[in-house]
Design a binder for this molecule. Structure first.
Ligand code: CO
Length: 300
């Protein structure tokens, strides 16, 4: 077994999206090859309704899948094909936009004003970019939760893990989307097969992820502001950890435990042409999408 080393650690950064929603972007746009087949992840946890109530009014998607995971509050969703619904705490919506949808996503806080959750974008291979749109709305109760002898609990949203299969299926890039909670001080080995690219996004507590060349809590050299500085690989809220190759991830939870998303998938390794919420393989396909939007043939 080979422990995956840490390729990079970063913090999600403030971003403004939709009609003026303040959120944090873990990654997205620019060079996303380390995340392939994933394109973007936003952390929209916020306790100030004025930061998010404007929401994400009508916008198109083509060529990708959007995965929304709500932790608190709710998101009302509606699209031009007549689909609509409300995602509540613990629910997931896996939307395959395929050849195109026009939709809106409107967040609403819980009684404490909290709107918490994440939106991940997964790329579609060229053969499926123009597939028919499809929704998989998964209520919280349909998501299996496995708890092992150490009290480590894993919600399996998509893919197989520890003998459980997540409710989302038929997705091209073989994604595995896990919500992992490790109790204080516990150390855990989590399998992530070699062919996958993987990242973790921490949203509660703190942890150290071991690399093959960096034992737990080890100091390592890193360039910080042009200086070689010794840093610890301890990560906390809003940290993004990108893993190198290997077949397992090892996590050591801090004093308060840790909760994080562990996401992995089979890379598509295809060219990417990107125009906001439309992601295709070529610029010609982007131009076609914009033409379709203008002349009303985007939705087929
Ligand atoms: Co959208």
């Amino acid at each position: 077994m080979t422990i995956r080393a840490i390729k990079r650690i970063s913090q999600s950064r403030p971003a403004l999206e939709g009609a003026g929603v303040k959120l944090r972007r873990a990654f997205g746009f620019g060079d996303t090859s380390d995340f392939d087949p994933f394109l973007m992840m936003d952390d929209f946890r916020n306790d100030r309704p004025s930061d998010y109530l404007a929401g994400f009014p009508w916008h198109p998607h083509r060529g990708i899948e959007t995965i929304t995971y709500v932790l608190a509050g709710s998101v009302a969703h509606g699209d031009s094909l007549g689909n609509s619904g409300v995602l509540g705490a613990g629910d997931v919506q896996w939307m395959t936009a395929g050849r195109g949808i026009l939709h809106q996503e409107m967040p609403k806080g819980d009684p404490l004003g909290r709107m918490h959750g994440f939106q991940l974008w997964a790329n579609l291979p060229s053969s499926l970019k123009m597939t028919a749109p499809r929704y998989q709305d998964v209520p919280s109760v349909a998501i299996p939760e496995v708890i092992d002898d150490d009290g480590v609990s894993v919600r399996v949203i998509c893919g197989d893990f520890w003998g459980q299969k997540g409710p989302v299926d038929g997705v091209a890039a073989d994604p595995r989307y896990l919500d992992v909670t490790v109790p204080p001080g516990k150390r855990k080995v989590l399998p992530v097969e070699t062919y996958r690219q993987a990242f973790a996004y921490i949203f509660q507590g703190s942890a150290t992820f071991a690399g093959a060349s960096a034992p737990f809590g080890a100091l390592r050299e890193e360039l910080v502001g042009g200086e070689e500085t010794l840093v610890r690989d301890t990560v906390g809220d809003r940290s993004l950890v990108v893993f190198d190759s290997g077949d397992e991830v090892v996590v050591q939870a801090g004093d308060e435990g840790v909760r994080f998303l562990l996401v992995s998938g089979r890379p598509l390794r295809e060219p990417i042409a990107w125009h906001g919420p439309i992601v295709m393989n070529t610029q010609a396909e982007i131009r076609q999408a914009l033409t379709d939007l203008r002349d009303g043939s985007f939705i087929r």
